[in-house]
Design a protein around this ligand. Structure first.
Ligand code: A3P
Length: 307
């Protein structure tokens, strides 16, 4: 049986200046033509910017705090539309007894309405009805400090995607736009430019770390839901770092166990450190200076700060 970690990419391709797995081409038409509803909620963001965290918040608010249903693994409740392109397998695979539906587009289509759908794709590669503005689902987009995103992505790629290089090597790939879904800056800017549209909610990981109560209230308002103080308090506890780390519905435990069983790798963790500014303990002064230089240069004039 093929396994999650062995069936890595065939290779990469460049689409609209973004790096994507070659298998994107097999899905491109179906993604473009995917039927979108005004009632959908789309969770978007570059990998490792806090998409799982905001997704859990938004799903619970949208589903009237149904904590029973929230025990179902998050990928089944909020499917990532392009997931199939990441792996070279078409059939369902078992991860530690968990059935993993590999047809992500079919799965996203079949979600109960209002659907929550996730995507790491840049705005212009989302279904045509979204990128062409003919249907306006609500979209939540997360962004995060560039260096913390890079570190988190390094651990992710090492753990889940077979990357074997050093952090220094990965950081150069990240800085010079050679990682999957990159360039990060271009990804963020596509959504940043749309942030004033009423159907877009742009939020940063740092804002979530600083004031999760406020963000929960803002997400509720954005989704047109009224929430009580008790609702907010309970949700805040449910999505705290420690709770999410322990919660098998969101912590990808079954994937991690599967990786350990098939490869012996023990250090694969999805809800990993959950810090902002963690880069200060990991990066050299020289690397920080390079990130600052490139981040400023790429975001110049946009009004966005990701440092
Ligand atoms: P770290 O690797 O820095 O810990 P995504 O879901 O977009 O892939 O992002 C994953 C990052 O969000 C990881 O960052 C993960 O630990 C962090 N994260 C997930 N849930 C969190 C929470 N409740 N509080 C803080 N950080 C969280």
């Amino acid at each position: 049986q093929k396994t999650f970690t062995r069936t890595v990419r065939k290779g990469y391709t460049v689409v609209d200046n973004f790096i994507l797995p070659e298998r994107y081409h097999e899905m491109k038409k179906d993604i473009n033509e995917f039927e979108v509803y005004d009632t959908d909620l789309w969770i978007c963001g570059f990998p490792k910017t806090g998409t799982t965290w905001i997704s859990e918040i938004a799903w619970l608010i949208l589903n009237n705090f149904d904590y029973e249903q929230a025990k179902i693994p998050d990928y089944k409740r909020t499917r990532m539309i392009e997931f199939s392109m990441l792996f070279d397998i078409k059939k369902e695979v078992l991860f530690g007894g968990e059935e993993y539906e590999m047809d992500s587009i079919g799965h996203a289509k079949s979600q109960n309405h209002p659907r929550t759908i996730k995507s790491h794709l840049p705005f212009k590669l989302l279904p045509q009805q979204i990128s062409g503005n003919t249907v306006q689902p609500k979209i939540i987009y997360t962004a995060r400090n560039t260096m913390d995103t890079c570190i988190s992505y390094f651990h992710h790629c090492k753990g889940y995607e077979g990357f074997t290089g050093t952090f220094e090597e990965f950081s150069k790939l990240f800085l010079f736009d050679k990682v999957n879904y990159g360039p990060y800056y271009k990804h963020v800017l596509q959504f940043w430019e749309l942030r004033h549209k009423p159907n877009i909610f742009f939020v940063t990981y740092e804002e979530m770390k600083n004031d999760i109560t406020g963000i929960i209230q803002k997400v509720a308002k954005f989704l047109g839901k009224t929430v009580s103080k008790e609702d907010v308090k309970r949700l805040q506890e449910h999505v705290s770092f420690d709770s999410m780390k322990k919660n098998p519905a969101v912590n990808k435990e079954f994937v991690n166990k599967h990786i350990e069983a098939t490869t012996g790798k023990k250090d694969v963790i999805f809800i990993r450190e959950g810090k902002s500014g963690g880069y200060k303990n990991v990066m050299s002064q020289e690397l920080i200076a390079q990130f600052c230089y490139w981040t400023d240069k790429r975001l110049q004039g946009s009004g966005l700060n990701l440092l």
